[in-house]
Write a protein that binds this ligand. Sequence first.
Ligand code: ACM
Length: 385
Amino acid sequence: MPRKQCSKSRYEPWHIGVLFSQTGWTSDVERTQLCGTLLAIDEINTVGGVNGREIVPVIYEPSSSTDSYGQLARKLMIEDGVTSIFGCYTSASRKAIMPVVERFNGLLWYSAPYEGFEASPNMIYTGAAPNQTIVKLCSYMLRTFGPRFYLIGSDYVYPRQTNRFMREYLLSQGGIVAAEQYVEIHSPRAAFTPIAKAIKDSGADVVFSTVVGQGTSYLYQSYADAGLDPKRTPIASLTTTEAELHAMGCDVGEAHITAACYFESINSDINNAFVSKFKRRFGEHMTPNVCAETAYFQIHLFAQALAKADTLDTDILRPHVVSSSFDTPQGRVGISESGHADLPSRIGRANRSGGFDVLDESPGLVMADPFFLHGPFTEPPRAGR
Ligand code: ACM
């Protein structure tokens, strides 16, 4: 069994586990998630920590290997006595950690958009469920560009499940699926050349991409090489953030569309302060994105709950997390009983500077509906926080 931290002296630090890849396929975005996590920890420790105790991260490097996430989560819980783990980007890595936190009664804090259809007393999902992004995105793309959608994804659970939602919603709105295609997650650049040609030949109005990691650059670069025009037939995505735009080349990403709860360009006091602190701490070349911002605010949410619980014991801590809310750079965010975040929904168009111009946003928070209890065919319900 993991060592318990709750019986330690009141001056000993709170140890937490941190698992974000600094190398490998998804490291462009996971590096920024680590930055968001460390920035929030610094802020909390600078003002005295939580109940007089510093937060100290125990950080391991999973190197974008799905198996490593599960193995390192075990090490964190069994050898380091950690109970709360902050980490991972892909749903495959989340699913590798989940049995570990369930077996040892830990809590995984997950800060990426995901495919829904999951809930566990050992999980907190601070990224968007599909209903919080797809409904707005699909309606906007249909209205603006036309009905024929080409669905292209990396071949694992997040793209397949997300496309299930997209397909059903698109068809219910009178849209057409021109094609649904998957590419092995670690495919080389050459694999995307025939895909770009097939997109061109299909006459699609919109490409919906659930390609992740390094493959994102390959897709958008191949698309540009094929002479496709993003102003006429943009790629729409939930995962192409500022991090991916910088990796692919900001000119390559320009005019493509992303739906997310956060963009670095949001003009609010709290976000402007966050962006300045992020750049001051990690360098001007580092731009926060939805996953970095979510990784940042979830540490603050954790600290708020920990101050009340005064223990890392999951059974005592989790009730202080659910039904709580917090002012974040994306706006005020709330956590529901199922451990999912109620979030704003925004549409952004990539610009040549590697940022997004916000084109549309929900008037309030969109309630997470990971099991689509409200059905995928209606506008997402709004949370009354
Ligand atoms: C993801 O795999 N949830 C991006």
